[in-house]
Structures are given as structure tokens and as C-alpha cells.
Design a binder for this molecule. Structure first.
Ligand code: DC
Length: 229
């Protein structure tokens, strides 16, 4: 089912991108990390000393730039024009400020337009905050992935330490709580579970267990779709 699409939404560090990548690879679908798009714009704006409060300036920067993805050896590389930003967009300064950039309605409208263009090519697994509600409201499978904040902080802390970053668990926990609040309360398409999304709590589940659950749900939906033709 090369046209099948899956929307995965949820709060920061619930495991969305890890799960989305694995599910996409198992089902032969394309994976799109929409958070990386907002992060790329945030990074590009910081580099150019553009105020992250200035919606018009951010939109102008976005309209003049290309965000592209390249898959290589199971890894996804991200580019702003010809500059590779794969690692730079995961740095603390970007992580702490990306919620502000993504709260601007004009920025979101353009990002959503680009994200929808990706869906035209065929089957896709997309993760973000507004995929099931705004970007792909007709996706046959929508997942809302959650986990308790202490567990999400523990995972992000471990990831950061593994990458050699100098962070504390307290800082990470505070940043997650602040971002959850910001992403859920902004005016423009806040993080919200779509009515027809299936919630999965990954607090006590391994990555493979979550992947299995999503694959099971996807195969169920696919067989219903196949039988209805
Ligand atoms: O998934 P992430 O942590 O890489 O996302 C970075 C930020 O971008 C997050 O704070 C919320 C925002 N975001 C969004 O508003 N809408 C999306 N579809 C994806 C991310």
C-alpha cells in the first residue's frame, strides 16, 4: 500500500521520530520529520541574527530558503539550502527557541504547504504536533504518542549524554515542561490529539513494543482499505 499514510503526533521526546522512522522503513514508506523543518528555520534565523519574535522577517527568510532531506544508510540528513544542518538543529539553543518560531501562524501556513507537498508523492509517515489535525486530517491512521514527563526527560538526557552534550536532567525536565506548555497553548494549531487518533502511552514500553503496536494498527487499517475496493 504505497499510498498509505500515518500521522504521529505528541509532546516533545515521546519517541515520535524513532518510532516513525522504524515504522516507515518496515512498511516501505517515506518518513518526514516536520519538527526538523521548524528547527532548521530557527537555526537559520539565529545564524542571521533575525529576531525570533519577528514573524514577517522569519517568513521572508523561510520563503527564500529551501529545507531538504536526504536519506543515507538509515540516517536522515537535513539541509538548509546547501548547508547541512543535521546536527546543528539539535543543539540546545535551537531546542530552547524552536517553540517560539513555530508559534507564528504565517510560518506554520508555509510549513504546512510544504509538508502537504511531500504527501503528493505517495505513502508517508509524518511526525509532529499538528499532523493529524491540520497537515493530514484524512490520514487513515493517526497515532498520538505520549509518555510521562519524567520518562521523556530521562530519555532525552540519555540521548544528550550519549552525544557528549553538557546538560543536566533538571534543565531538560524544565525545558520539556516549558515546551509542552508552549506547544499546547499557542493560538496557531496547538498540539492536540485528533478526535480519531489512537493514543499510545510509551512510558513503560520499549521502542520495539511501540513499533509493533503501530504496525499492527497499520496492517489492520490496510486490510480494511483493501477489502473496501
Ligand atoms: O519534534 P521536535 O521536538 O523536533 O519539534 C521541534 C518544535 O517544533 C516543537 O517544540 C514544536 C514544533 N513543531 C510544531 O509546532 N509542529 C510540528 N508539526 C512539528 C514541530
Amino acid at each position: 500500500m504505497e499510498n498509505f499514510s500515518i500521522a504521529i503526533d505528541g509532546p516533545s521526546s515521546a519517541g515520535k521520530s524513532t518510532i516513525a522512522k522504524k515504522v516507515a522503513s518496515q512498511l516501505g514508506l517515506v518518513y518526514l520529520d516536520t519538527g526538523a523543518m521548524y528547527r532548521s528555520l530557527t537555526y537559520a534565523a539565529i545564524q542571521r541574527n533575525i529576531s525570533l519574535e519577528d514573524e514577517a522577517a522569519l517568513l521572508e527568510l523561510l520563503n527564500g530558503g529551501t529545507i531538504s532531506f536526504q536519506s543515507a544508510e538509515g540516517m536522515q540528513r537535513i539541509f538548509w539550502d546547501s548547508e547541512e544542518v543535521t546536527d546543528a538543529i539539535r543543539q540546545t539553543d535551537v531546542t530552547q527557541q524552536v517553540s517560539l518560531v513555530s508559534s507564528h501562524a504565517a510560518v506554520r501556513t508555509e510549513m504546512v504547504r510544504r509538508q502537504r507537498a511531500f504527501t503528493e508523492a505517495g505513502g508517508i509517515v509524518m511526525d509532529g504536533r499538528d499532523i493529524g489535525t491540520v497537515v493530514m486530517p484524512h490520514a487513515p491512521l493517526k497515532i498520538f504518542l505520549v509518555a510521562e514527563v519524567t520518562e521523556r526527560a530521562r530519555r532525552r538526557y540519555q540521548e544528550s549524554i550519549d552525544k557528549g552534550m553538557d546538560v543536566s536532567l533538571e534543565e531538560i525536565t524544565e525545558d520539556l515542561i516549558r515546551r509542552d506548555h508552549y506547544d499546547s497553548n499557542r493560538k496557531a494549531s496547538p498540539l492536540k490529539k485528533a478526535e480519531d487518533a489512537i493514543e499510545i502511552d510509551s512510558t513503560y514500553l520499549s521502542i520495539d513494543e511501540v513499533v509493533e503496536k503501530v504496525l499492527h494498527l497499520a496492517k489492520g487499517k490496510m486490510s480494511i482499505m483493501n477489502n473496501s475496493f
